[in-house]
Ligand binder design. Structure first.
Ligand code: BGC
Length: 751
């Protein structure tokens, strides 16, 4: 009976959706019947307005273009009043009054800045991530934004690549859950004014650029694409993402922007994507530099491959009309692209109310932007993203009653806590730095002695970044003396060190993954004092910490946590909250191990991850063992968890794993129970481990919970080179544990 009711409800929803689609079709058809070819081409053109720079600056007079119907969307325009004024030009001055889409990179928050995406993923709190996206959409939509260039779901395995900070790490399963959550968070069902359109990016494989150097070549097997890189994109499409951005790289020797197999066969036909496809910043123009011919030719290739909108190349705008006249491009293709763009605007409700995102008064807007409620939510969530890597002798949490030397270039900066991609942010003094937050946290009890201690990096040694503008340049000797002095007066030393906020992100690739030497040498001197010392490692990527992890008793990997990072750090440092983040990237021992990831294939000459001796004619290195310093899934807590023996139950091709997990320490806390599989023998090589299920469980001190993790036939299957999911009967190792290294295993045969 219940099932019948559900089926009826589902059928009703489907009928309603079909009726809505029909209405939209009719509306768009009527509108398009009135459009000239050049007006249709105008809808396919996206240009920057110049308030924010996210690529080569362009001298475009957007107002005039909008009035002439030459622009369908704009990016990098900021502020609701400015956006409203431009929308008014579109609605009142252009011939047909078609509203603009207004896009911006709202990547991890708008004014209330959340942790960088890589950090968010380390929370493993998929619902929390969805709530964060919802919050970002509420804020951005109150300021005129209708379209965000997020989620970025590129799997990234090479820590040298600065954009690893923007993604969710190395795992396709977790990455897929997060991709879908972000889409839901931004878009909702488009029924509300605060729902904005998401843009899945960068399709596809951008995270696999060779040598971790941004914008570099990508070349990979289809088997790997389908199994390791495509799942998060597919998940976002299944969650209903409204638009997709192509990537800068090649796929099978063709630019992603002009790759018909990628855009039509896989994205649209196999996965059923129904929205519109936009290029990345000036991609069509860059195709010229890749060696694919001139701008006209590349515009033709891109449109024919399925790209609908041209970001910043003006290739469509300048050449499509002539290409039609020359018979090289059919009007049908232009109609198809234009229809997709107009449908997106329709779904967003822009034809009903073009000002729905830019019509709030200042007072109304204040109810959305950087509110106390958003900031509290961000503070709570940020605390979930820190990963405790080491805590010898339970040094953490600290008492608020002690004297703390807070040292390091990241200790007293606000902008420096935000990380990459904060094109919108509150004023620097609108939120506390770690120093200010710590002073408040211990007020009336302890004392904070602050010293910057050193420059973030040796000046002039880094080619551009490295001298982060928000961290003052100091006299090295004097700063060192001050830091040592502060440390001598204190009971405990807390070092806020690591990368600058601008060391990661777009175009910020590195060849070293260690802390800059200015900081490391100070850290060594401080450690030599023999006082308890805590390292807060600020990072936009996995870092190497070979010296630190043997000499610094407590290490908390804190990434870049956003506007509430200072307070969230104090919550964790002083034990008001228990750290619960788990790595979603492998932390290497040495940069030369990159790309390093847990779900790698086997070799014919395998060496154990923890083998310390070099083995000749085997797959290993001279200097370090193969395994990471800290594995995927790893993270400590202020409590301990013990796992009972795992049970495996099989029913047909489904496997259920059950394990009792006990909080055997004294603090209530979250544990992330992880389940991996390994397909023992198959037609195509399979990874040594693959995450297939997990549960984030809250356990009170002393409590035991039975955790059930379900593996379906699909979880035990994999894709062939054509992208068909198939199941191969046989043996599987099923593993359960607290991280990808420390697992218990049971072998099962599934027929
Ligand atoms: C980046 C995209 C971004 C776009 C628009 C490009 O340079 O690769 O991620 O969305 O600029 O700002």
């Amino acid at each position: 009976m219940k099932r019948l009711a559900m089926c009826v409800a589902l059928a009703c929803v489907m009928l309603q959706a079909a009726a809505a689609d029909k209405k939209m079709d009719a509306f768009v058809s009527r509108l398009m019947a009135r459009m000239t070819l050049s007006e249709k081409i105008g809808q396919l053109n996206l240009q920057p307005a110049g308030d924010v720079t996210t690529g080569a600056a362009m001298d475009t007079e957007v107002g005039g273009m909008v009035a002439r119907g030459e622009l369908g969307a704009v990016l990098n325009l900021k502020g609701k009043d400015k956006i409203r004024a431009l929308q008014q030009v579109a609605v009142e001055k252009s011939r047909l009054g078609i509203p603009l889409l207004v896009g911006l990179d709202v990547i991890h928050g708008y004014h209330t800045i959340l942790p960088i995406p890589l950090a968010q993923a380390c929370s493993w709190d998929v619902e929390g991530i969805e709530r964060g996206a919802r919050m970002a959409a509420e804020e951005a939509s109150s300021d005129g934004i209708s379209w965000t260039y997020s989620p970025m779901v590129d799997i990234a395995l090479d820590a040298r690549w600065g954009r690893i900070a923007e993604g969710n790490g190395e795992d396709p399963y977790l990455g897929s859950l997060i991709a879908a959550a972000l889409v839901r968070g931004y878009q909702g069902d488009f029924s509300d004014r605060t729902h904005i359109m998401a843009c899945l990016k960068h399709y596809a494989l951008y995270g696999a650029v060779e040598a971790g150097r941004d914008y570099n070549t990508v070349d990979m097997s289809h088997l790997r694409m389908f199994n390791q890189y495509f799942p998060p994109y597919k998940a976002a499409v299944e969650a209903g993402v409204g638009s997709v951005m192509t990537s800068f790289n090649l796929v099978d020797g063709q630019h992603a922007t002009a790759n018909r197999w990628l855009l039509e066969d896989v994205l649209r036909r196999m996965w059923g994507f129904g929205g519109f496809i936009v290029t990345d910043y000036s991609s069509i123009a860059e195709m010229v530099r890749h060696g694919f011919g001139d701008l006209a030719h590349n515009s033709e290739l891109a449109l024919k491959a399925g790209t609908d909108m041209d970001m910043c190349s003006q290739g469509f705008l300048k050449h499509l009309e002539q290409l039609v006249k020359d018979g090289r491009v059919s009007k049908r293709l232009i109609d198809q692209a234009c229809r997709r763009v107009l449908e997106a605007k329709y779904r967003l409700g822009l034809f009903d109310d073009p000002y729905r995102h830019c019509g709030l008064s200042d007072a109304e807007q204040a109810k959305y932007l950087f509110t106390a409620e958003h900031r509290q939510a961000a503070r709570d969530f940020t605390a979930e993203t820190f990963v405790l890597l080491r805590n010898e002798g339970n040094l953490l949490p600290l008492s608020k009653d002690c004297k703390i030397a807070l040292i390091g270039p990241n200790a007293d900066t606000t902008d420096g806590m935000l990380g990459t991609w904060c094109v919108s942010r509150p004023a620097s003094d609108a939120y506390p730095s770690l120093r200010r937050a710590m002073e408040q946290a211990v007020e009336g009890r302890g004392k904070v002695f602050f010293a910057q201690g050193c420059n973030i990096a040796p000046y002039g040694r880094m080619r551009t970044a490295g001298n982060s503008w928000y961290i003052p340049e100091v006299d090295s000797e004097k700063a060192h003396t001050e830091a040592m002095e502060a440390a001598r007066q204190a009971d405990v030393i807390v070092c806020a060190m690591g990368e600058g906020a601008d060391y990661s992100g777009e175009s910020h690739s590195r060849t070293t993954l260690s802390m800059p030497e200015t900081q490391l040498s100070l850290l060594r001197d401080l450690a030599a004092l023999g006082k308890p010392i805590v390292l807060l490692n600020f990072a936009g990527r996995p870092t190497t910490m070979e010296w630190e992890r043997h000499h610094i008793p407590a290490i908390l990997n804190v990434w870049f946590g956003g506007t509430e990072m200072g307070t969230a750090l104090c919550d964790v440092l002083f034990g008001d909250k228990v750290p619960c983040g788990r790595l979603t990237v492998s932390m290497p021992r040495a940069v030369g191990q990159e790309p390093l990831y847990y779900n790698h294939l086997r070799t014919g000459r395998p060496v154990r991850d923890d083998e310390t001796r070099f083995r000749n004619y085997q797959s290993n290195y001279f200097e370090v063992s193969n395994g990471p310093a800290f594995p995927f899934g790893f993270g400590l807590s202020y409590t301990q968890f013990t796992y009972g023996p795992m049970q495996v139950k099989q029913q047909g091709r489904s496997v259920e794993v059950t394990v009792d997990v006990t909080n055997s320490g004294s603090r209530d806390a979250y544990e992330v129970v992880q389940c991996y599989i390994h397909d023992i023998a198959c037609r195509y090589a399979r990874p040594v481990k693959e995450l297939k299920a997990f549960e984030r469980v809250f356990l009170r001190a002393g409590e035991t919970k039975t955790v059930h993790l379900a593996l379906s036939e699909a979880s035990l299957s994999y894709y062939d080179m054509q992208g068909t999911l198939f199941f191969e009967p046989g043996e599987f190792d099923i593993m359960v544990g607290a991280n990808s290294r420390d697992v218990q295993t049971k072998r099962v045969t599934v027929k």
